[in-house]
Design a binder for this molecule. Sequence first.
Ligand code: G1P
Length: 297
Amino acid sequence: MPKRVTKAIFPVAGMGTRFLPATKSVPKEIMTLVDRPLIQYAIDEARAAGIKEFIFVTSRGKGALEDYFDHAPQLEQELRKKGKTELLETLQNTNMESGAIAYIRQHRALGLGHAVWCARRLIAKEPFAVILPDDVIAAEKPCLQQMVEAYEETGGNMVAAMEVPAEQASSYGMLDVAEDMGQMVKVKGMVEKPKSEDAPSNLAVIGRYILAPTVLQNLNQIKSGSGGEIQLTDAIANEIEQDRNVYGYRFKGQRFDCGSKSGFLQATVAFGLAREDLREDLSAYLESISAADKAAQ
Ligand code: G1P
């Protein structure tokens, strides 16, 4: 059985320019889906998968992100005094064990591969997970947990995979499939953001990875690729060249691209509708606007 995956890297150094002006002072990862920051969804997913060490690759201006993970004893005391036990519990569920989080700075925006490489000394010789918090996945069993369970059988490297329309290939890392086993595919190549006519399949990489430590060694040698950046996709593809396995895992769940405004809004609606305390109001509102829309046509 492969070594347990207990460490996860969260690349959060991006400037989030697509969300300006909000991201002028608020890190994108702190923006809220309903009432929880984006990063909280990623952390909860990692915890469910058995992750114990959380490594954030940050950059200048991400102070609010570090503060978010501090305990808030004063606030807790206040809620306790007022008997607001439910809120207290919500707050305490975000508390992290002392020493469980590490922050590493990515000094220059050289790409996702470079961001992951910045965490190399904290990973050393173990397999590790990478979670891109922009990709929010609603699932009965959290996506990374599904992958960890599959990985316990396969070892090697595993990326979350999802079919996308051909014209969207240029937004993703795309898989070249050697063997399709249904839930999983064995991968024989990977291309970062190809033109749609050059995409080897319609299976795209989504932001969940379980990687062998050798990927970090590959990153030592990788030159800049697509978009002039050091690509994680290229370092994983290198694994195949060195006869190590890479699998694509078709996760069960719905993925939202919270790196885009439209994806963020869709996630907000979906997560709002999934909440018992909001469902009735929100769906009544959505029905009313869609009825008004039809009437106007
Ligand atoms: C990154 C990866 C890409 C992957 C995507 C998933 O791209 O480089 O391979 O398909 O995340 O969201 P980005 O969206 O950061 O440009």
